[in-house]
Structures are given as C-alpha cells and as structure tokens.
Design a protein around this ligand. Structure first.
Ligand code: SF4
Length: 341
C-alpha cells in the first residue's frame, strides 16, 4: 500500500471526525479533496484555528502544547494530496492566538522536514469583530478572498470548490493533531474538553471521546456541590441540560459550561446569548438579522410573551440560511425544556 493510501486508512480506522463542531468524518473529507484535485489546478489547505465561541478554548491549548503535532498533521495532508497539488496553506487565527502561538508554529515550520511547507504557509488573522461567523467554513473562504463575510450556498462544498474555486481542505487544529497521532498509531480515541463557569478546576482536558458529561465532570473534579445546569457543546450554541440529564456525550466543540441554578438570572443569560448572535449575524437573512433583535427586545418586556418568543425561535431554527442562525434556537429551547419549566 502506498504511503498516502496508508494515511487515509489510518485516519479511517481511527474514526477521526472534525472537531470544529460538525463532526464530519475526516477520511471522507480528505478523500473528497483528493478526488477533486485530480482534474483541477492546485488547491488549498486551511487550518481553522480561530475559535470564537464563548467557553471554547481547546484550540489555544492545542497550539500551546502540541504545535509540532498540528504542523505534522498539515504536512501529512500536503503529502497525501501531493505537494505540487497544494498551492498554499493558510493558518487562520484570531489576533490573540496569533500573538501567543504564531512564533512556535513558525519555529516548527522552519525545521526539517517542514521548510518547503513553511514557504507556502501564510498566517491569516481574523478581524476582531467577527469572532464567530468567520469560523463558518464558507464565510471563512469569503473572508480570505476579501469578499463580504457571509456563508455561501452549499453545494458546491469547499472540498470541490473552495478558496478561489479550487478544492480546499478545511480542518480544525484538533483534527490535524489527531491525524498526526493516528499516523504514528498513537491515537487513543480522545478529544479535548473545555470546562468553564461554576467549575472548581476550569480548563482544557484531554479525555476519552465517549465519556458522558457526568463522567467528565466527575473525572476532572468539577462536579458541583450545589444545584446546577450545564451548557454543552459551546457557550452560545450549546444545548442546556439539567443535573439529571448528564448521561449524554459532550458533542460539538466539546465544551461544558456550568451554571449555578439558583443564582442564574435567565433573562440576563438569554440577553447574553442573543447579544452575541446579534453581533455575529452577517445580516444575509432577515430571520437571523431581525429575529435575534426581536428576541432580545422581548427579554426587556415586563410581561414575557412566551408564545411569540417560541414562534420566532422556531422560525429561526427552520428557516435560517446557515448554522449560526439555526443554532440560536438550541440553548433557548432546551433551557425552557430542561431547566425553567
Ligand atoms: S443565518 Fe444569520 S449568520 Fe447565517 S447567513 Fe443568515 S444572517 Fe448570516
């Protein structure tokens, strides 16, 4: 078996999935880019390391502790596609991460065997205002191309027509890190979890990917002594679970935010989520642009109009053009279903 087929087999056998939130199988994505590159001009690789959702800090941890493994994963991708088939590599970071981690990433890139990779790698800094939407794959492509930062219609998918219409592999740093481990037969089925909020030991933990939220909280010494609820998968888009519903895995971006049940003012919390979405909405569709505004407005009314609130949330979920708009519904609906009855 050739070296490149071998890496795909290892990724597939390891069962690697994307860790940006969508959990798409990595082997399928890599195979799709490889197939698309066959009859096309060279394409691109993008490391999407600009995490912008509140409560998610795993990319920072990975860059800090495993910069060499991330670069090795990118190198393996370039080798898999063929060096002559990859025109450029972009490492997409927010300003803070660029300041903190670009030096160590560049140091790795200057070393053997990555010099050639380093020469075609460019760091791309995320504009400060666009903390979340520019992380959406196709919005990110528009950003790099200098266009309006809004999601594109899919298909075509970036694997076939990505940056400048060329096949493009976009993966999270955690995926490149895991590819590096899988290539050395060292991948142990783990993932990174960010624990925050009412946590005694907040931080990022590297634990088995199949643990339940309760197991994660207990194994990290973060199971609260008082009444609580959690938001799982992201501090804006994550679903809310009460303390009797913790036998679920921590999906999405793998974050667990813990809230003090008694002391959390639900209106303030909703306003916090909705302000985030309002700021991040690209404005392309009315339901997301206006809906986040209307919902936030409803929070200020003395008599809460639950019926209207539910209707707007449902429309958001059903008709938003991209995941940012539809994901707004998850915390709002699950809070009412699981915490505030
Ligand atoms: S749902 Fe929101 S973020 Fe997504 S395309 Fe529509 S306006 Fe933009």
């Amino acid at each position: 078996m050739s070296k490149t087929a071998n890496i795909l087999k290892k990724i597939s056998e390891a069962g690697l999935v994307g860790r940006g939130g969508a959990s798409y199988p990595t082997a399928a994505k890599w195979a799709a880019v490889k197939a698309a590159l066959k009859n096309k001009k060279p394409g691109y690789i993008i490391v999407n390391g600009a995490e912008g959702e509140p409560g998610v800090k795993k990319d920072a941890y990975i860059f800090h502790h495993h910069a060499a493994a991330v670069i090795n994963g990118v190198y393996l991708a370039e080798q898999f596609f063929g060096a002559d088939k990859i025109k450029k590599i972009y490492i997409f970071l927010n300003r803070e991460y660029y300041q903190l981690y670009s030096f160590s990433l560049k140091t790795v890139l200057a070393d053997r065997p990555y010099e050639a990779l380093g020469e075609k790698t460019e760091f791309f800094i995320k504009p400060d205002r666009l903390t979340y939407i520019s992380g959406e794959e196709t919005a990110l492509l528009n950003l790099i191309e200098g266009k309006k930062v809004e999601p594109r219609r899919k298909p075509p998918y970036p694997t076939e027509q990505g940056l400048y219409g060329r096949p493009t592999l976009i993966n999270n740093p955690e995926t490149f890190y895991n590819v590096s481990l899988a290539a050395q037969n060292r991948y142990e089925g783990k993932r990174f979890y960010t624990i925050s909020g009412l946590a005694r030991r907040p931080g990022v933990y590297d634990l088995p990917a199949n643990l339940t939220v309760e197991e994660i909280l207990r194994q990290t010494g973060n199971y609260p002594a008082k009444a609580f609820f959690v938001q799982v998968g992201g501090g804006a888009s994550g679903e809310i679970f009460n303390d009797e519903q913790l036998s679920v895995p921590a999906e999405g971006a793998g974050s667990i935010m813990i809230y003090d049940k008694k002391r959390t003012d639900w209106r303030k919390l909703f306003k916090h989520w909705l302000s985030f979405y309002q700021e991040q909405s690209c404005g392309q569709c009315a339901i997301c642009r206006e809906g986040s505004y209307r919902l936030r407005e409803l929070m200020n009314q003395k008599q809460f109009n639950h019926k209207l609130f539910d209707e707007v949330v449902q429309s958001l979920e059903d008709t938003s053009f991209c995941g940012l708009g539809s994901s707004m519904a998850a915390p709002l609906k699950s809070y009412f279903a699981n915490v505030k009855n």
